[in-house]
Design a binder for this molecule. Structure first.
Ligand SMILES: [Zn+2]
Ligand SMILES: [Zn+2]
Length: 348
């Protein structure tokens, strides 16, 4: 069995620390991937500290994985040894329900298998994430990566990228549409890049004027400070679509006021408390509040290919794994532009 090591949380209180374990031999349709880079997602921190109550310890986080294939099962078609492969938030699903057959494995009726802290469908073990030396995954849940992209900056596409790409595509964001992005963190900065690339009029909605210059550089056509009542009023009933990426608890009503008739506000951040919805703000414009998470395997590949064509990657700060606990603390203070990515060669 391939030996592995990584950084794990042993309980909700203690910092992540080195941990040795092993992976299974890749099955006929599976590949073994040496992890090169792994992005640091907010979920990793929530899960390591059991803030959603679903943690299983020891817990090796990480679901924004880019690596190199080092072994393939004999039926593998899409990868060969030496190829770059990417792995995101899910690594398996039932594969026979209607959503799975449609290629929307993330909506699997039986529940998709998460990349870490979930029960593995093949061997019953607990999945261990990408803050580690390697990963074994079925090729259906791995993606090819456009060769010319910076691999460290590709890693966050596997969660932050697809989480924003998928709803912008689903709600048909493009030329002639005015689109708001709430929040300018790991998710928000990708949402802004995609909204801009899709040709929409992209507006960054932010609580802090300090982010204005950065938002303009990332592709915003306008920046609106959401705490400025006059500025918000000037944009009332003018947005086709708003992507809300904020994960801290916040009032969504000011954003609903910005929607046009039949506009949609889609939530992709995960605040701990459910947001209150003012029904008057919905009925007066037939507005919708919606939610979205990641994307299916075909759409994730489509997103990576699109990023290859348009040269889109995340803005990242690369760290050695030994700095992960410090990175968690800085992430809580939003002190990162815009995603930490672990250089896994630091583990060796
Ligand atoms: Zn994530
Ligand atoms: Zn399914």
């Amino acid at each position: 069995m391939p030996a592995s090591k990584g950084f794990a949380a042993q309980n909700p209180q203690t910092p992540l620390a080195p941990y040795n374990f092993s992976r299974r031999e890749p099955g006929p349709t599976e590949i073994l991937v040496d992890v090169l880079y792994c992005g640091v997602c907010h979920s990793d921190l929530h899960m390591a500290r059991n803030e959603w109550g679903q943690a299983v310890y020891p817990l090796v986080p990480g679901h924004e994985i880019v690596g190199r294939v080092t072994a393939t099962g004999k039926e593998v078609k899409n990868f060969k040894t030496g190829d770059v492969a990417a792995i995101g938030v899910i690594v398996d699903s039932c594969r026979h329900c209607a959503p799975c057959k449609r290629g929307e494995e993330h909506f699997c009726d039986e529940g998709a298998t998460l990349t870490y802290a979930a029960k593995d469908r093949v061997d019953g073990s607990i999945t261990m994430g990408g803050y580690s030396a390697n990963y074994v995954v079925d090729e259906r849940f791995a993606h090819t990566v456009p060769a010319h992209l910076d691999l460290a900056a590709v890693a966050p596409l596997l969660c932050a990228g697809i989480t924003t790409y998928s709803p912008l595509r689903h709600w048909k964001v493009g030329p002639g549409k005015k689109v708001g992005i709430v929040g300018l963190g790991g998710l928000g900065h990708m949402g802004l890049k995609f909204a801009h690339a899709f040709g929409a009029h992209a507006v960054q909605l932010t609580t802090s004027l300090k982010k204005k210059e950065d938002a303009l550089k990332l592709g915003a056509d306008e920046v609106v400070v959401s705490t400025d009542a006059n500025a918000m009023k000037a944009h009332a009933k003018s947005f086709d679509f708003i992507l809300d990426t904020a994960s801290a608890p916040h009032d969504i009503d000011p954003y609903l006021q910005l929607l046009k008739q039949d506009g949609t506000l889609t939530l992709v951040g995960l605040p701990e408390k459910p947001p209150a919805v003012n029904v008057f703000s919905l009925i007066t414009r037939r507005a919708s509040v919606a939610g979205s998470m990641i994307g299916g395997m075909p759409e994730t590949q489509q997103m990576l290919d699109y990023c290859g064509q348009k040269n889109i990657t995340a803005d990242v700060e690369v760290i050695p794994i030994q700095k992960i606990n410090e990175a968690f603390e800085r992430m809580l203070k939003q002190d990162v532009k815009y995603r930490f990515v672990i250089d896994m060669s630091s583990l060796k």
